[in-house]
Design a protein around this ligand. Structure first.
Ligand code: ADP
Ligand code: MG
Length: 679
């Protein structure tokens, strides 16, 4: 048996080692990811060299990784049939911290390799073959790789920093690495260390070396408190979490663990729709296929590949899934951060997908990730690309865009906050509108409109883009404030979401047209536009004497409603409706409602009840009042009229009183009618 040499780790290794194993990684299970990444790198090197025609030892060995769990002796081992290491390489790569054999390997190849020919082939063909992902324009600032750009095998190699291996000492107090180099004379060496400052290397001979083939086995004697890593299910869940996309088979105690191909790294034209669907399902557990796929490979300003899905199902990001958003960040196929929030802005939180970059180190910590420049550049590129994608969809596939908006518009509207891309996000927004195309659907299915479409239908000389905030389209059309607009054929956007008003307020205007609520329309805003619809035939004006009585009726109604209202007054802006609620301060009712929700205030705000003295209902009420000021009908009708205006504004929170009163009034009305007609 050859003599074992004891050697010191180089540099201030002991200290560094201590730091590495105790503080670099906060999560111990990462050690497995590091060992698997190294094994995968070693196999990748074999594949790369074989593809270059180099002859290697044990050429027919399958390229795979075997994990063995020896519970009895508390040993976990990871064996690969990769490139292996000679004695010198063991000293160099395992004995020197921050020395990466993999980095050296890449440097050597770069020197040897002729300049890559690039891809001269047109990508048009590829686009045609693509069933799902859309071809993407090159944005000015982003340089996309051609769709069929081959990722050289060498670029798949994960290691770069020469520290990952030592993480094994977080869980092991003794480690043995046995290796046979694919290029050497077949000699096997075993490297041993307890991670505290020295290591030994000796050559194996005789029986010990007899059956050894090309590759490396790392044997870790697990610490007492790390014995959970001897459980198969534990190991499998760690692999699934961190190393699911390694390109080589992994076997755990002889049984194949199914890794998933890293679809994002494949050239787009070779991917079938089913593969995208499968991957999406794997990623989200969604039972439906995605609505759309964005698959990009970007070379500048940073290198990264991304596969982004627009789900075809409703997300619940305001409640349960509040934190479950972001993209999964990979560095060379190895998961670094799940649901990373820094890769996309809030308003794109409905997107699902992965980002894989070669420009980040594997062992980057959460804290450093947050202010990482590379990440910021990736995020900006993604925003630009997603916006381009949506712009194209809005133009070329209106139906799909409508589906997108229906599902995710409520999040996307928050883009009004993105000052950088404001000019690009505003045209992508959609709102309900009072306008209906010839034969168009009504109600829930009514078409939504863009600002540009609104502008195209606007009256000549119309200054504002008008809107009504209302709980539904139906409510908006009944809104008394809208009456004058309908008569003049002026369209208004209908804002049904609380965020809508913030969005419009945030945007301020669109192409020089300011947004304004119909509640705040001054007579001067509308006078210039002629009526297009006949106004309801105007009743003869009230006689002087009746005017005085009406004023008394107003007083009586004020007394009935008490402090439910700020006041009751005669209106000059109503025609078809008997009454409306006006606010004094000009805050629109939905904005007010939103602020109340935020303050958890569900009381009814005090407003002014404006009455239309020409409306038949009020004329009849006046007659009753004149005959008998104390008549019970005056009270019941006043209360119901008020509840009716509350209902239209979405404020009615006690419908029972109203229902009961309505029943009573209907009963009386039906009785009178029957008596009158002697039925
Ligand atoms: P990195 O992977 O970032 O280079 P590591 O500390 O993980 O750093 O590994 C250091 C070096 O040790 C690797 O670059 C590689 O040269 C060598 N190495 C580690 N594990 C293996 C293995 N299973 N097979 C061959 N070489 C290995
Ligand atoms: Mg490594």
């Amino acid at each position: 048996m050859a003599e074992a040499h004891t050697r010191e780790f180089r540099a201030e290794t002991r200290k560094v080692l201590n730091i590495l194993t105790h503080s670099l990684y906060t999560n111990r299970e990462i050690f497995l990811r590091e060992l698997l990444s190294n094994a995968s790198d070693a196999l990748e090197k074999v594949r790369f060299m074989q593809s270059k025609g180099e002859s290697l030892r044990d050429a027919d060995l399958p390229l795979e990784i075997r994990i063995t769990l020896d519970k009895e002796n508390k040993i976990l081992s990871v064996a690969d049939t990769g490139i292996g290491m000679t004695e010198e390489e063991m000293i160099e790569n395992l004995g020197t911290i921050a020395k990466s054999g993999s980095e050296q390997f890449l440097k050597d190849r770069e020197k040897d390799a002729p300049q890559s020919e690039g891809s001269a082939e047109s990508t048009e063909e590829a686009d045609k073959a693509e069933p799902n992902a859309e071809a993407t324009n090159v944005e000015e600032e982003d340089r996309l790789a051609p769709d069929d750009a081959p990722r050289s095998d060498a670029s798949q190699i994960i290691g770069r920093f020469g520290v990952g291996f030592y993480s094994v000492f977080m869980v092991a107090d003794k480690v043995e690495v046995t290796s046979v180099s694919a290029q050497g004379d077949g000699a096997a060496h075993v490297w041993t260390s307890n991670g505290s400052g020295t290591f030994t290397i000796r050559e194996l001979s005789g029986d010990e070396a007899k059956d050894l083939k090309r590759g490396t086995t790392v044997k870790a004697w697990l610490k007492e408190d790390a014995s959970d890593f001897l459980e198969k299910f534990r190991i499998e869940s760690v692999i699934r979490r961190h190393s699911n996309f390694l390109p080589f088979p992994i076997l755990v105690d002889g049984e194949r663990f199914n890794t998933t191909p890293a679809l994002w790294r494949e050239p787009k034209f070779s991917i079938k729709k089913e593969q995208y669907d499968d991957f999406y399902r794997y990623l989200t557990y969604d039972s439906k296929a995605s609505l759309d796929v964005i698959h990009l490979s970007v070379d500048a300003p940073v290198q990264f590949t991304t596969l982004i899905f627009i789900p075809d199902s409703e997300q619940d990001l305001f409640r349960e899934q509040r934190d479950e958003w972001g993209l999964d960040l990979y560095v060379r196929r190895v998961l670094i951060a799940k649901d990373n929030h820094d890769l996309i802005p809030n308003y794109l939180a409905f997107l699902k997908g992965v980002v894989d970059t070669e420009d980040l180190p594997l062992n980057i910590s959460r804290e450093t990730l947050q202010e990482n420049v590379v990440l910021r550049k990736i995020s900006q590129t993604i925003v630009r690309q997603v916006l381009s994608h949506l712009e194209r969809m809005a133009k070329n596939d209106k139906e799909k865009y409508a589906a997108f908006w229906k599902l995710h518009g409520k999040y996307f509207k928050f883009a009004f906050n993105d000052f950088v891309y404001r000019d690009r996000v505003a045209p992508l927004m959609r709102f309900a509108t009072t306008w209906t195309p010839e034969g168009g659907a009504q109600g829930k299915d009514a078409e939504l409109t863009s600002f540009d479409e609104y502008l195209s239908r606007m009256k000549a000389d119309q200054k504002h883009i008008w809107y009504i905030a209302a709980p539904s389209r139906e409510a908006a059309l009944l809104n008394p404030h809208f009456e004058r607009f309908r008569r003049k054929g002026i369209e208004a956007l209908i804002l049904t979401d609380a965020v809508d008003e913030f969005a419009l307020e945030g945007l301020g205007k669109y192409r020089d047209h300011e947004f304004k609520t119909v509640e705040q329309a001054a007579a001067a805003d509308l006078d210039a536009f002629p009526d297009v619809e006949d106004a309801a035939p105007a009743a003869a004006p009230l006689e002087e004497e009746d005017k005085a009585s009406f004023d008394k009726l107003v007083e009586r109604m004020k007394a009935i409603l008490g402090d439910q209202v700020k006041g009751v007054r005669v209106s000059d802006r109503l025609a078809g409706s008997p009454a409306l609620l006006a606010s004094e301060d000009g805050v629109s009712s939905s904005m007010e409602k939103f602020m109340r929700v935020m303050q958890k205030d569900d009381s009814i705000p005090k407003k002014i009840l404006e009455l239309n003295p020409d409306h038949p209902l009020l004329r009849a009420l006046l007659r009753i009042y004149k005959a008998d000021p104390e008549n019970g009908l005056v009270e019941n009708i006043t209360r119901n009229l008020f509840d009716n205006t509350l209902l239209l504004d979405g404020y009615l929170n006690d419908p029972y009183a109203m229902a009961e009163r309505s029943l009573k009034l209907m009963g009386e009305a039906a009785g009178w009618y029957a008596d009158l007609r002697k039925l």
